[in-house]
Design a protein around this ligand. Structure first.
Ligand SMILES: N[C@@H](CCC(=O)N[C@@H](CS)C(=O)NCC(=O)O)C(=O)O
Length: 209
């Protein structure tokens, strides 16, 4: 069985959404990203991945895969019939990778990561000034489309949904972009997306308490 190391409401939520949308059972291990402890057994998360970051997907053969873009495509390719990623070689596969890179680099690492990890107003001035311009890109794209790639839900939607969920806590009101707000509502209405968020939001509250 696949295993996913995750931290509730962190970027590994996209991988949980992908697994649940694919109907793939997995064992989930909560890895605390600040203490670097695996909560199951208090072991050192860095011995699972030297990056000390979620997601880590442990494959059936024991190999460990990191980086959301790779993990998400791996999960999608386990169930090609569901179309969670366009097939390798299809022109839309590159569109999927384009969006996974954009979400991972331009929204996650350029804005969410420094906001939650550094909390330093001076250091955050430039990321804050830039995030509106960044979000206007998917907003314009989604003005005429239901999903980021093609005409169905893909793992790129799982990843964008996660970032949009966190923006409010990072001080950005997604309602400024009605297309993004509508898109987020549509994504949150998907039963598996809603269930995945419900599980992680509840776990996150337990941790904060
Ligand atoms: N490039 C990686 C970034 C992973 C990442 O930054 N994960 C965060 C949670 S959202 C984390 O575990 N951070 C802990 C750390 O960097 O020490 C990806 O896209 O998966």
């Amino acid at each position: 069985m696949l295993q996913l190391y995750f931290f509730p409401m962190a970027c590994s939520l996209s991988s949980r959404i992908a697994l649940m949308e694919a109907g793939i059972e997995a064992r989930y291990h909560l890895a605390h990203i600040w203490t670097k402890k695996v909560v199951d057994d208090d072991s050192d998360f860095r011995s699972v991945s030297s990056k000390g970051a979620v997601p880590v997907l442990v494959l059936e053969n024991g190999d460990r895969l990191t980086e959301s873009a790779a993990v998400l495509q791996y999960i999608a390719d386990l169930k090609p019939e569901l179309g969670l990623a366009p097939p390798p070689g299809h022109p839309d596969r590159y569109r999927l990778q384009e969006w996974l890179s954009f979400v991972g680099a331009e929204i996650h690492k350029a804005f969410l990561f420094p906001t939650f990890w550094y909390k330093d107003d001076a250091a955050l001035a430039k990321p804050r000034a830039r995030i509106g311009q960044t979000l206007s890109i998917p907003a314009a794209h989604l003005a005429t489309r239901e999903f980021l790639v093609g005409d169905r839900f893909t793992v790129a939607d799982a990843h964008l949904t996660w970032t949009l969920l966190l923006l409010r806590a990072a001080g950005v009101d997604v309602a400024q972009w009605p297309q993004l707000a509508d898109y987020l509502s549509r994504m949150q209405a998907r039963p598996q997306v809603k269930a995945a968020i419900g599980i992680e939001a509840a776990l996150r509250k337990t941790l904060a308490a």
